[in-house]
Ligand binder design. Structure first.
Ligand SMILES: [Ca+2]
Length: 125
């Protein structure tokens, strides 16, 4: 019989989620108009992916504009394939170029961000 107090504690080197294949369905929006665009990204992690989101810096720091899910609903075509999808409501007040990026966290709260995608807000008619 083994010692019940002999437990193994592996050294945990938790890697942050890896984000790739980022996609925004429309990178040009009309300033002042609320538009809904589809955002998606592939997210993998060595433990469970906890949260995936998209965020835009409209001039006052990054703010979240969408929660992305891999559940086969709310615009996500296939559940459980590692591609997270969401609908972002984007409303940019003034014309300009604004960065959108993806963030992800895992079950151990490690967090990472994708590189930014430029969103162009153009003046309305
Ligand atoms: Ca999916």
């Amino acid at each position: 019989m083994s010692d019940p107090y002999s437990l193994s504690f592996p050294v945990v080197t938790n890697a942050a989620p890896r984000i790739s294949d980022t996609m925004v369905s429309d990178t040009s929006v009309v300033a002042g108009v609320r538009e809904v665009v589809t955002v998606s990204a592939r997210v993998t992690d060595d433990c469970r992916v906890s949260r995936v989101w998209a965020e835009i810096d409209a001039g006052q720091g990054f703010r979240r504009v969408a929660a992305l899910r891999d559940d086969g609903r709310t615009g996500d075509p296939v559940a459980g394939d590692g591609i997270f999808t969401g609908l972002a409501q984007i409303q940019l007040r003034a014309p300009g170029t604004f960065p959108l990026r993806f963030g992800a966290s895992d079950a151990l709260r490690a967090m990472s961000f994708s590189s930014s995608i430029d969103i162009q807000a153009v003046a309305g008619p």
